[in-house]
Design a protein around this ligand. Structure first.
Ligand SMILES: NC(=O)C1=CN([C@@H]2O[C@H](COP(=O)(O)OP(=O)(O)OC[C@H]3O[C@@H](n4cnc5c(N)ncnc54)[C@H](OP(=O)(O)O)[C@@H]3O)[C@@H](O)[C@H]2O)C=CC1
Ligand SMILES: N[C@@H](CC=O)C(=O)O
Ligand code: NA
Length: 428
């Protein structure tokens, strides 16, 4: 039986996991694909690096063309990351008639349509399950499981690093910088963790999910993004007091055929299932008109969970090769895209203010809200000897962003408000 020969681009956290699973689960994989899967070549950047090799050192190269233009190789698995030179390598591999499996959300969010078009032209498969929510099979769920439904909302905790940080801050009062270093050590973070903590990694994943869920070409630039680097211990503490957990939430909604996609720290009501997702775990909540509410949960990053998705994609390629049906993974983005402006988006809001600790302050603040027709769900005030001022924590009822912006603008003119510390969207 002719083996399915695989060339790996990258042999870091995910690449090592791929080799481990291909080796450890070989018999089961072979039963499904009908042929053995063989890692034939592995590209790395630095040949001198100390590695725990599970393959013959002869297979390791620093020359990309030994993988991409190797006539023996059937499938290129891209787990090196980044946009360039990676995009060029993938396009060349497709040009050479090779199928591609990738974990690269940066690339798929920015250039997915171009890569998928090239694959369709060449009759090759491109699968990218690991690119969103590492070990959760959410991409094939959207493409296949919900092909009969109309999805109207996708809400996700789709970044493992930030969820790990926020959970440790909430549960153990841990220090932000220390937990980030831990997440890096555990192999969860991107090579530049700024894209994790500033929300860009989650925005890339939401771009992919929204494109698949709404059948419209959502661009990364359509996503409004805010990360967690300014989330304070205070926010987490006060959120808890009021019954909320702070989560970095991606929210994609379609209403009256207009789409909005955002990523931001959000107060999630503790009774909502997303509030209970902790550590490196991810979860994606999907609402379909026919199916109603669904939720998918699992590890969002890490060596073996991510590699599970990569190897599952490899099995799919192997099956398609056997059946002669490769090359049909094109992007089904057939709907015109209409974007909703941020100003029109309605939600509840959490606001933390530092104010003068004197009579009449609360009255002035509530007056501003009523001027803008924003009603309040709860207001909580306490002195804070550390500042020394008072802190006011407010949760509003549903209000559109435009009204909230006007409230915040008016707050800036009130001398009793010393600082608007935080403003977050509230869900649940
Ligand atoms: N880690 C995770 O949990 C997850 C990662 N991903 C995605 O998977 C991909 C890989 O991530 P991860 O394994 O963590 O990354 P690592 O940094 O651990 O590994 C990257 C590998 O690619 C090689 N490499 C990088 N750039 C080049 C280059 N220009 N030429 C040749 N080789 C190169 C590196 O070589 P060398 O070893 O010599 O440095 C290394 O072996 C990324 O796209 C990431 O976003 C997706 C889901 C989860
Ligand atoms: N850095 C990413 C890795 C998986 O995509 C994360 O933390 O989720
Ligand atoms: Na996935």
């Amino acid at each position: 039986m002719k083996p399915i020969k695989v060339g790996l681009l990258g042999f870091g956290t995910v690449g090592t996991g791929v080799v481990r699973i291909v080796e450890g689960h070989q018999e089961d994989l072979q039963r499904q694909t009908g042929a053995p899967i063989e890692v034939a070549k592995v590209l790395v950047r630095d040949l001198e690096k100390q590695r725990n090799l599970r393959i013959s050192s002869d297979l390791v190269t620093a020359n990309p063309w030994e993988v991409i233009r190797n006539p023996e190789i059937d499938v290129v698995v891209e787990v090196m990351g980044g946009i360039e030179p990676t995009k060029g390598y993938i396009l060349e591999a497709l040009e050479q008639g090779k199928h591609v499996v990738t974990a690269n959300k940066d690339l798929m969010a920015l250039h997915g349509p171009e890569i998928l078009a090239k694959a369709a032209e060449k009759g090759c498969d491109v699968f990218y399950e690991a690119s969103v929510a590492g070990g959760i099979p959410i991409i094939r769920t959207l493409i296949e499981g919900f092909s009969s439904d109309r999805i109207t909302k996708i809400m996700g905790i789709v970044n493992g690093t930030t969820n790990y940080i926020l959970s440790k801050m909430s549960q153990e009062g841990a220090d932000y910088a220390e937990v980030l270093a831990e997440a890096q050590k555990l192999g969860y973070a991107e090579s530049d963790p700024t894209s994790d903590v500033e929300g860009l990694d989650a925005a890339r994943k939401m771009t992919i999910l929204a494109t698949l869920g709404f059948h419209s070409k959502v661009a990364l630039s359509d996503v409004s993004v805010k990360g967690i680097s300014n989330v304070s211990k205070e926010d987490i503490l006060y959120g808890k007091k009021l019954g909320y957990e702070v989560k970095l939430l991606g929210i994609a909604e379609r209403k009256d055929d207009s789409i909005s996609v955002s990523v931001q720290p959000t107060m999630v009501k503790m009774s909502h299932p997303l509030a209970t997702v902790n550590g490196v775990f991810n979860a994606v909540y999907v609402y379909g008109e026919a199916v109603g509410e669904t939720m998918f949960y699992g590890p969002g990053a890490g060596e073996l969970p991510t590699a599970t998705s990569v190897v599952a994609d490899l099995v799919r390629v192997g099956k398609n090769m056997g059946l002669g049906v490769a090359g049909r993974s094109g992007l089904m983005a057939y709907k015109e895209k209409k974007l909703k402006s941020d100003e029109e988006i309605a939600s509840k809001f959490y606001i933390l203010l530092h104010v003068a600790d004197k009579a009449g302050v609360l009255h002035k603040i509530t007056e501003v809200f009523s001027d803008q027709d924003v009603s309040l769900e709860s207001v909580f005030q306490q002195p804070n000897p550390a500042i020394p001022q008072a802190e006011i924590i407010i949760i509003t009822h549903n209000a559109i962003q435009a009204s909230m912006n006007k409230v915040l603008k008016q707050f800036e003119t009130l001398d009793v408000i010393h600082e608007i510390k935080s403003v977050y969207r509230v869900e649940g």
